[in-house]
Write a protein that binds this ligand. Structure first.
Ligand SMILES: [Zn+2]
Length: 475
């Protein structure tokens, strides 16, 4: 029955947002194209968009009257941004809010990392976005999360033995997910079988490094993309092995998620006291050599430190009232916070950021990511990805390097045929036009002049209309 309910929601959504199917081709004139990889600027360019694709780029393009002409007025054109770690399916209606929030923030691609919707319904929405029936960012479905029973969250795939891991991967492959996602409570043998089966199925292994195995084990198992940053900082502590063994012990003696989280809370101090720069250099160079991608989600610290926006901030008012209300009630993650962890929070955050900057300098590939979800209080679809990029710059990356993690690295990691973070012919027309040179500062991303998604141009007026609809829905 719930299934049918979701379907009807989806239909309502499509009806609201579907615009005319016949979409005019567009000639965008007088823009400065920003090459995020090299930092080169190409002023005075035109971009011809036909259907969902960029057809031509050059200084002297012309087009007939049947093509919509837009004067870019010297604005700066960059590829659309990606948020590589989000959850948009944690309630039946979450996409109604999430999809427009991404677009108004210039995010034209998202990777979902864990969902409550049936996969068929996720795929139906994905297909409607691809064809332009639904206005939203391109969607990658990597939320096939696998955990030890009973599962840290409802609806997870469960595996407690190597045999179960292999069976779960068969199912994930058959259902058409883009990746296998490991989760925190898996034991080592099950995790290693999961990694092997994913590789045999041709699926990347992404997700959490299980708490009871060392980071180096995951590197050697061929883990492709890891979520969150804490395990990297922990691996730079000389006592990582001891801490991991302690978690394994807790689980072997029947400890549950609460018990593990209590142990982990105590680890913050040990990490701070035994973090070692020379060890960290060795860990990071092994990660870089293995091509282990990291989705840092550093912005998640805001949730734990209570760095929350005022109730009347626009980003709060654009949320459904019931979501705002649920965020007022702290869940098990905040309840697990001890006074010790709170006192150490500033030092822990600073150490994460320092380690993050070292990781980037060592060549560890980074995928900008926020963990935004209705189920993750004070992490906002759209806005939080821009906050995350600001954190990267605060940690020492240049604006260009930060943008690279949101425009170039994601489509290449996902292996997309028609997107690679460049603006050129044959590429999908997912673009953002901003007023100022973003290589000199990312503030300009907060107020894009236009967002182009799958060839459809959302100018400032269209973006403001979307904001107004979200504000009205949030009342
Ligand atoms: Zn997540």
């Amino acid at each position: 029955m719930r299934h049918r309910y979701w379907k009807s929601i989806l239909v309502a959504w499509v009806t609201i947002l579907a615009t005319s199917a016949a979409q005019a081709d567009t000639l965008l004139n007088d823009v400065t194209i920003v090459d995020i990889e090299s930092g080169a600027l190409a002023p005075g360019q035109s971009v011809l968009i036909e259907g969902t694709e960029i057809a031509a780029v050059g200084p002297d393009l012309t087009a007939g009257d049947d093509v919509r002409h837009i004067d870019g007025e010297g604005g700066f054109l960059i590829p659309g941004l990606w948020d590589s770690h989000v959850h948009i399916f944690s309630s039946p209606t979450e996409p109604d809010t999430a999809l427009p929030l991404y677009l108004i923030n210039g995010i034209t691609g998202i990777r979902d990392m864990g969902a409550l919707w049936p996969i068929a319904d996720q795929q139906a929405l994905q297909a409607r976005i691809e064809t332009g029936d639904v206005l939203g960012p391109r969607l990658i479905l990597s939320g096939a999360w696998v955990d030890a029973s009973p599962g840290s969250w409802p609806g997870m795939f469960l595996a407690d033995t190597p045999e179960e891991a292999r069976a779960v991967v068969d199912r994930i492959a058959a259902e058409g997910w883009a990746a296998v996602k490991s989760y925190s409570m898996l034991d080592e043998a099950t995790y290693l079988a999961l990694a092997e089966a994913a590789s045999e199925a041709g699926l990347p292994l992404v997700g959490h490094i299980p708490e009871q195995i060392p980071l180096d084990t995951a590197i050697r198992a061929g883990h492709d993309g890891m979520e969150h940053f804490g395990r990297v900082t922990k691996a730079c502590a000389t006592r990582e092995g001891e801490m991991v063994a302690e978690i394994r012990d807790t689980l072997m003696h029947g400890g549950d998620l609460q018990a593990v989280m209590a142990r982990m809370a105590g680890h913050n101090r040990i990490v701070l006291e035994t973090w070692d720069e020379a060890l960290c250099d060795r860990v990071l160079s092994r990660m870089a050599a293995a091509g282990l991608h990291v989705s840092p989600t550093l912005v998640v610290a805001d949730f734990y430190t209570g760095n929350w926006p005022a109730p009347d901030a626009p980003r709060m008012r654009m949320l459904p009232p019931e979501v705002r209300a649920s965020w007022d009630r702290p869940d098990f993650r905040l309840q697990a916070l001890t006074d010790d962890v709170r006192q150490l929070a500033d030092s822990s955050i600073a150490l994460d950021r320092r380690t993050f900057a070292m990781a980037h300098a060592a060549g560890v590939p980074i995928l900008a990511s926020s963990d935004a979800s209705f189920a993750n209080p004070y992490l906002f679809h759209g806005f939080s990805l821009l906050d995350e990029l600001d954190i990267y710059v605060a940690a020492g990356l240049t604006p260009r390097e930060a943008l690279y993690t949101a425009t170039v690295a994601p489509p290449r990691f996902f292996g997309l045929a028609d997107q690679d973070g460049t603006v050129g012919p044959g590429r999908r027309a997912d673009l953002v036009l901003v007023d100022a040179n973003p290589l000199e500062g990312l503030e300009t991303l907060r107020n894009p002049r236009a967002v182009i998604v799958g060839g459809r141009v959302l100018d400032r007026a269209a973006l403001e209309a979307m904001e107004a609809r979200l504000l009205a829905a949030g009342e």
